[in-house]
Design a protein around this ligand. Sequence first.
Ligand code: CP
Ligand code: NVA
Length: 295
Amino acid sequence: MDLLSIADLSKYEIEKILSLSKTKQKSITGKHVVALLFEKPSTRTRTSFESAATRIGWSSIYLDSLSLQMSRGESIEDTAKVLSMYVDMIVARLGSHTDIERVASSSTVPVINALTDLEHPCQALSDLYTINEAKGKLDGLKIAFVGDIATNTANSLMIGAVKMGAAMALVGPKSWKPNEKYFEMAKKYGSIEVYNNMKDGLEDADIVYTDTFVSMGKESEAARRRRIFTPYQINERTLDYADDKALVMHCLPAHRGEEITTEVLDGRRSLAWKQAANKLPVEEAILEYVWRSEN
Ligand code: CP
Ligand code: NVA
């Protein structure tokens, strides 16, 4: 049968659908459904979360915010309230961190941050996994984050790393301060220092981490950012300041020739591709862990 108009249904058929509906409840066991609510582009996080959900027996729904009623003014709170009636978890990539807090406060299901302007916690978790896999430990390592030391990936990594006993060095221009809130929080948990020159900042570093100079949403500042961050490019020469065994990380997407050279990104010291691969198992673990802790 087709259902194109209510007129297609007889009284009997309407009654059948209404009584069948009563037997359908949002299931709390069995196959879970996760919604991916994304306001910004994503290659890795979107695909790995969708794949992770499938691999642990869940299903996923990708929601581009532009195709939702949010784009016509429905509030983010109302959106979250309704989405949580249909799905068991929300993974959201939103422009502003305040917005993800609004989603979490209106949602009745767990909300996972897949990147905001301030944080990228799932990236930090998979990066800690990658570092531990490569170096056999986190405690006692020195991790240098170079370039835009106030970006979302830096904020999340600095908190996660110092909590796990690694020392953080933030290496960037004098005119560019780390995010005060995250920096002060990191100081409470462990060792973190800011450096303005590469030589001092990278000295004895076990891990040298960089990210794009122009994050999503910062395009209007692109020229200034490229100008002030260029001396902080990771290349074979600047890498010489780090430990001989230092490994290089980048959350990707990379802008080859800007924050990192192709030689380094594709070289023997690069962990960037391993980082991308490790998003999958770590996100499977995140989905399961968050689900279990709520149920
Ligand atoms: N690293 C990361 O979050 O990549 P995407 O923007 O492609 O998801
Ligand atoms: N800092 C980058 C991370 C991308 C995964 C951005 O926000 O664009």
